[in-house]
Design a protein around this ligand. Structure first.
Ligand code: ADP
Ligand code: ADP
Length: 229
């Protein structure tokens, strides 16, 4: 079941002599529950794709269709509702609030989103029940990223987007975070899309969308994507 579709999507910056294609006529689909890695070197257009997927940016041409809705036609208010309802974000540097405990960082979602999952339940799902009262500065990088995953999951998003979510972690800790994302996607049916320049990470994906100079150079489907190690 297709949940994400990019149809002939273009995103340019500048005009005239300075016109530049960040994303140049790309097409792909992603199924519900898939774990997808968008792979490419710096400047390939990965973040631009992720931003359009998350409703933070709009294409210059083409359509972005999520769960049957053409979000590329949406106005700001509708788009921010889409983002709030359907998308969970994780970031390279976690973006936790330093003055709140792990529990409070996750519980914050409940004050914003109706029907959010309990912070205790989400912290348990990422294996951090025992660390709930620690502040971000008292947690390792891997643990902070797991808190950020718990926070993203708490609003029960259909789609989880990550921009280099293991970029600040050593490879061993990165693997733990990837396994968690993979597992949560499989268990809860979340569709997970992460962007990275690290080809090792692509090994654990169900689908790898490789980008180069704003275009898709290759889409690889891994029938046997598990396990990460
Ligand atoms: P990646 O995430 O793969 O590193 P990006 O999507 O960030 O690539 O960028 C793709 C191209 O678009 C790059 O050449 C970048 O310089 C250009 N670009 C991205 N955002 C902007 C912007 N706001 N203004 C001008 N050019 C941009
Ligand atoms: P991970 O494998 O998740 O990166 P570590 O092995 O680095 O975890 O950390 C193990 C323990 O040490 C954790 O329980 C964490 O709370 C604690 N710890 C790690 N880094 C720090 C830090 N900078 N300040 C306080 N405690 C830390």
């Amino acid at each position: 079941q297709t949940v994400i579709e990019f149809r002939d999507v273009v995103r340019t910056y500048g005009e005239g002599e300075a016109l530049q294609y960040a994303v140049n006529h790309i097409n792909f689909t992603i199924d519900k529950g898939e774990f997808v890695v968008i792979l490419g070197q710096s400047g390939a257009g990965k973040s631009t794709v992720l931003n359009m997927l998350g409703g933070m940016d709009q294409p210059t041409e083409g359509e972005v269709i999520i769960d049957g809705a053409t979000i590329s036609n949406m106005r700001d208010k509708q788009l921010s509702d889409y983002r709030a309802e359907k998308i969970g974000f994780i970031f390279q540097f976690y973006n936790l609030i330093p003055t709140l405990t792990a529990y409070e960082n996750v519980a914050l979602t409940k004050s914003i989103v109706k029907n959010a999952a309990s912070a205790d339940e989400m912290l348990a799902a990422v294996g951090l029940a025992d660390h709930k009262d620690k502040f971000p500065s008292q947690l390792s990088g891997g643990e902070q990223q797991r808190v950020s995953i718990a926070r993203a999951l708490a609003k029960k998003p259909q789609i989880i987007l990550g921009d280099e979510p293991t970029g600040a972690l050593d490879s061993e800790t990165g693997v733990i975070v990837l396994e968690l994302l993979q597992k949560l996607g499989k268990e809860h049916g979340n569709t997970v899309v992460i962007v990275t320049h690290n080809a090792d990470i692509a090994k654990c994906a169900d689908k790898v969308i490789r980008m180069k100079n704003g275009k898709i150079s290759e889409i690889v489907i891994n029938e046997n994507s598990l396990p990460v190690r």
